[in-house]
Design a protein around this ligand. Structure first.
Ligand code: GUN
Length: 291
């Protein structure tokens, strides 16, 4: 059996078209354009490229973007001051502080300064706390985890009682994905660098979400036949045959896994485009909350 390939690019495109249409309806109704402020600290090339893609996507959807770039040695006070001023700026509906921040800055302090109703990344401690608690509703769900759940939902409309294994426990992906899966009534196992018999644990997974950042770590032989595999990893591996000298691969050995899984996301073209689509959606929602 060969797995169904989940086309994240096409799904994201559809969501972006929906957001674009809603934004233009707002303009016709005389409502202000949604606005997203991006805050980029330091000169990490990966972060620079992510922020550029987010700004470009905003432009294409008719969302205004306000870019702020600060040097890596900015003080905590100055950075928090900027976020506080964006929180008070009526043109700004959403605030995105690109993570990770350079060493020496207190991430939690910065995220705490984001107004709750502008927390389009869903990383404010209150939003994450609500995500972890029964009967509480976060205002926004973090973008990559929301994209993962959107794709899973299309494959498996009910996750009730499903064995879900999450590889990785990062604040940005692994942990919020695990919390979302619990909220969807899946039975969730979180694996990390200290997990014993990892391959055996993964073999129990009806749903596997891989978010560890290690190129092709998950082998085809680890995958339960028919499982839905969502690969969040985007890893560069050297490849002299490519013009850029590298190619991108996921955390899952795709060529092996595609022979075993029921459905699988490719890298690139899987989860990546969904993150941006969810950010646009959250920014539109933030503008609607502000109306
Ligand atoms: N770094 C990696 N992914 C993300 C994300 O979704 N949002 C922010 N702010 N930083 C990130």
């Amino acid at each position: 059996m060969t797995a169904k390939v989940i086309d994240g690019k096409a799904i994201a495109e559809q969501i972006r078209t929906e957001v674009t249409n809603e934004v233009s309806k707002r303009a016709t109704a005389g409502l202000p354009r949604p606005g997203l402020a991006t805050v980029l600290v330091g000169d990490n090339p990966g972060s620079q490229s992510y922020v550029r893609s987010k700004q470009k996507a905003c432009k294409e959807a008719g969302i205004e973007s306000f870019g702020h770039e600060l040097p890596a040695d900015v003080s905590q006070k100055e950075l928090e001051g900027l976020v506080v001023s964006l929180s008070a700026d009526p043109r700004v509906n959403g605030i995105l502080v690109q993570l990770p921040l350079p060493a020496g800055l207190d991430e939690e302090g910065v995220l705490n300064a984001v107004a709750l109703n502008k927390d389009v990344d869903g990383f404010h401690p209150v939003n994450i706390g609500r995500l972890a608690q029964k009967g509480r509703e976060p205002l926004f769900i973090p973008c990559t985890p929301a994209g993962v759940m959107y794709m899973l939902n299309q494959e498996l409309p009910s996750l009730e009682g499903v064995n879900a294994v999450v590889l990785g426990r990062s604040n940005i992906v692994g942990m919020p994905v695990a919390l979302l899966l619990v909220r969807a009534n899946a039975t969730v196992t979180i694996c990390h660098s200290r997990t014993k018999n990892l391959a055996d644990v993964v073999r129990q997974a009806d749903v596997l979400v891989a978010a560890v950042g290690r190129a092709e770590m998950v082998r085809g032989s680890w995958i339960k036949p028919g499982a839905v595999v969502i690969d969040v990893g985007i890893n560069r591996v050297e490849d002299a045959s490519r013009p850029r000298g590298y190619r991108l691969v996921g955390d899952v050995a795709y060529d092996e896994a595609v022979q075993v899984a029921g459905a699988i996301t490719p890298v690139p073209g899987g989860v990546g485009p969904m993150t941006i689509a969810m950010l646009l959606r959250n920014t539109l929602r933030a503008a609607e909350i502000a109306d």
